[in-house]
Design a protein around this ligand. Structure first.
Ligand code: NDP
Length: 679
């Protein structure tokens, strides 16, 4: 069989292995299938290429442009998954495992594409949090803004998810506007290479947006500067070695680490064997231990169950493992494939042997495994192993050693505080799950354990049909954890994008902040529109255009009419004496909703025009009551514009209502959809 010659992609060129190379074997048969090596690559040229070619083009695009680019890449990959599944079998993954890796990675890109368009502005700068008023008269304000780092992101990935591992880092990086150099773990890098080849062939990504290293990183880390980021997934040992690189320390290069994790799953004290929660616990735990042959950073390593349930849990888990067919991942009936390499198999068996020094093996065999399929004698297969730890308070190895395979340990707890103590003994993890139907258990565990875990996953009979699984990091939610888990954070929606951006506190006058952020800031100068803004198309409207309406007197008849018409006869609007006794009101006052309706009546331009719909209202607040006899007027200002489709965009308006003394009585943000062209 000819060996795949894995190629790096550097400075726009595909470069094959040369010099010192590494052979890669099939996890299933043990035969050599590929060769990789990065000797001779010019790492400085890669960094320069990313910064000079990729970065400027990406930064010239808006968040929405980049989101559309991500969607196009994800769509391209999605239509070409079959050959990727074929390659993925060689990593030991079953089709179900590959779907987590391949479809999961593509799905993550789709989610970022959609979040980029829905949650980020169609601009180049991302506001973080609210405007801060730093002066009495509002002439000096502050706003936190994120801008893309002017460097390159170096992604060093683990062997277990050659596609998802790359795409979950790449999507937020590219959305931020930062180019990436990807270095996959060598043992499964052929799948990453195939995916990058597709992305490059698609022609969708700008030149320099992505480069690939098939082999070692040479002196790459010595060439990074303060605008660069290293995002690492793998062992704690490598993470600590890499982050203590002199150049990384000297230049304060951001280093995001996601590493070993002794994830726990807790069976709630309420979940006796006759409850749906007990079955759910067994099902989730056995699935997490055997999926991807336990090579998931989020896989369950420690199971905490009430002391009196230990026997039941071991029996139920063993029954499920008995039904797990292990073998050729491509063969009919196989439920669990191989570990990614013989090195991994050796490592898992060594770690299991360490755990066995303080725990009893309750299920599985450290030496043998029955296999489904032919020609598997040299494959990296192991049996699922379940240990029982009788003394979890004095044991140490079980709380500190991760066997990165289908290996877990059951331990009993006395009460909830003991369960919390055991959970936290892992020294920080990516995820802990709790299967309970009791809200007080969920509340106590959260307060006792959340600080030690990046994600807490509660599940029970109500959520089990739709829950996403203990082991699935979702692009919407934070992935990462404290302590042993590396102290890093990835994903988590737009948060994950900001890891590749600099958050800067920007202070200045309203006009300057409006210009910087492309969003109207209260106090900035108004622009007089040539016509009513509702007659102007999306493209014509400018940030700051304002219409100032005439005044309208509010009468007692208005209040009475509104009250009887809507049924809102709350005493503050109807009963002078009772209203006056309320500390908020001078007497009967107009309904807030009546004022909103008057506002619309004052600012609206009634004829058909580019404004298509009113889609919402945000941040409504009433500052002063309005009584019969008061007069109200409104100012309506274009605050922010966001393209939504090829035909229309969203316009957010800042609406202010004042009384006859120019005091503000109400304020809100109005959302409308406005056509690009007149219909
Ligand atoms: P490593 O830490 O050895 O490798 C992780 C990544 O770092 C790989 O891409 C590897 O490349 C790279 N790397 C290793 N050494 C260097 C170096 N000196 N300079 C630059 N890059 C380097 O982890 P493994 O993949 O071997 O897995 C070992 C253990 O890590 C597992 O058994 C498990 O315990 C843990 N792990 C945790 C994961 C998690 O998500 N929490 C995921 C995967 C593993 P190369 O492959 O070329 O050596």
């Amino acid at each position: 069989m000819t060996l795949m010659q894995l190629e790096s992609f550097t400075a726009g060129q595909w470069v094959g292995p040369s010099g010192k190379t590494r052979k890669i074997c099939s996890a299933v048969t043990g035969e050599e299938i590929a060769v990789a090596g990065s000797d001779g690559l010019d790492f400085q040229a890669m960094v320069d290429y990313a910064k000079q070619k990729g970065g400027p083009v990406l930064r010239a695009m808006t968040f929405h442009d980049r989101a559309r680019m991500l969607k196009a890449v994800a769509t391209y990959l999605n239509e070409r998954r079959e050959p990727l599944y074929e390659l993925s079998y060689k990593t030991g993954a079953t089709l179900a495992d590959s779907k987590v890796d391949i479809d999961g990675g593509i799905g993550t890109m789709f989610v970022y594409a959609s979040k980029g368009r829905r949650e980020m502005p169609d601009g180049h700068i991302y506001p973080d949090g609210d405007l801060e008023v730093l002066s009495r008269n509002g002439t000096f304000l502050g706003q936190h803004y994120c801008t893309p780092l002017l460097g390159v992101a170096v992604h060093i990935n683990a062997f277990n998810f050659p596609m998802w591992g790359m795409l979950e880092k790449l999507a937020p990086t590219l959305l931020a506007g930062v180019p990436a150099i990807v270095k996959p773990a060598t043992s499964t890098s052929y799948l990453t290479e195939a995916c990058v080849k597709l992305m490059v062939e698609s022609g969708i990504l700008p030149d320099g947006a992505i480069q690939l290293i098939m082999g070692g990183t040479g002196d790459l880390l010595d060439r990074l500067e303060c605008q660069d980021v290293v995002s690492f997934t793998g062992s704690a040992k490598t993470a600590s070695y890499l982050k203590s690189n002199d150049n990384i320390l000297k230049n304060g290069v951001r280093f995001v680490a996601e590493q070993d994790s002794l994830n726990a799953s807790v069976l709630g004290p309420d979940a006796s064997p006759d409850t749906p929660e007990f079955d759910l616990f067994i099902k989730e735990a056995s699935r997490e231990i055997t999926a991807k042959a336990g090579q998931k950073c989020t896989a369950i390593r420690r199971m905490m169950v009430p002391n009196e349930r230990v026997k039941d849990v071991i029996a139920a888990m063993s029954a499920r493992f008995d039904k797990t067919v292990i073998g050729d991942p491509a063969a009919e009936g196989t439920r669990m494939g191989a570990l990614a390499s013989l090195d991994q198999k050796r490592d898992v068996l060594e770690k299991a042997a360490e755990i066995a020094t303080e725990c009893e093996l309750a299920y599985g065999d450290q030496d043998a495994v029955q296999l489904n399929g032919e020609g598997l004698a040299n494959g990296a297969f192991v049996s699922p192993m379940l240990f029982h730890c009788k003394n979890p308070d004095t044991a140490t190895i079980v709380h500190s050693t991760e066997a990165f395979g289908p290996v877990a340990t059951v331990m009993g707890y006395r009460d909830l505080s003991h369960a919390i103590e055991l959970m936290n003994k892992g020294g920080g993890s990516l995820v802990a799950s709790v299967i309970t139907y009791d809200p007080s258990v969920a509340q106590q565990l959260t307060m006792g354990a959340a600080a030690f875990h990046g994600r807490l996953y509660f599940n029970n009979r109500d959520s089990m049909k739709e829950s996403t699984g203990h082991g699935s990091p979702l692009p919407h939610m934070v992935h990462g954890g404290p302590g042993r888990a590396g102290g890093g954070e990835e994903l988590g929606g737009v948060r994950g994008v900001t890891h590749y951006m600099q958050r800067t506190a920007i202070q200045g006058s309203p006009d300057l902040l409006t210009a910087i952020g492309g969003t109207y800031v209260k106090g900035a100068k108004f622009i007089e529109p040539p016509a009513h803004p509702f007659t102007r198309t999306f493209n014509e409207l400018q940030i700051g255009e304002t219409v100032h309406t005439a005044s309208r007197k509010v009468t007692l008849e208005d209040i009475e009419h509104f009250a009887h018409f809507t049924g809102d006869t709350f005493y503050a609007h109807m009963d002078e004496e009772a209203a006056a006794a309320n500390p908020f009101f001078p007497g009967r006052v107009a309904h807030g909703y009546l004022l909103l309706s008057f506002a619309a009546g004052l600012f609206v331009e009634p004829n058909p025009g580019p404004v298509l719909a009113n889609t919402g209202l945000n941040d409504l607040s009433f500052q002063k009551p309005v009584s019969a006899g008061d007069e109200v007027r409104v100012s309506l200002t274009v605050k922010r514009k966001t393209i939504r489709t090829d035909e229309y965009g969203e316009v957010r308006w800042h609406v202010n209502m004042f009384n006859q003394d120019d005091e503000q009585v109400a304020e809100y943000e109005l959302l409308t959809m406005v056509a690009f062209e007149r219909t």
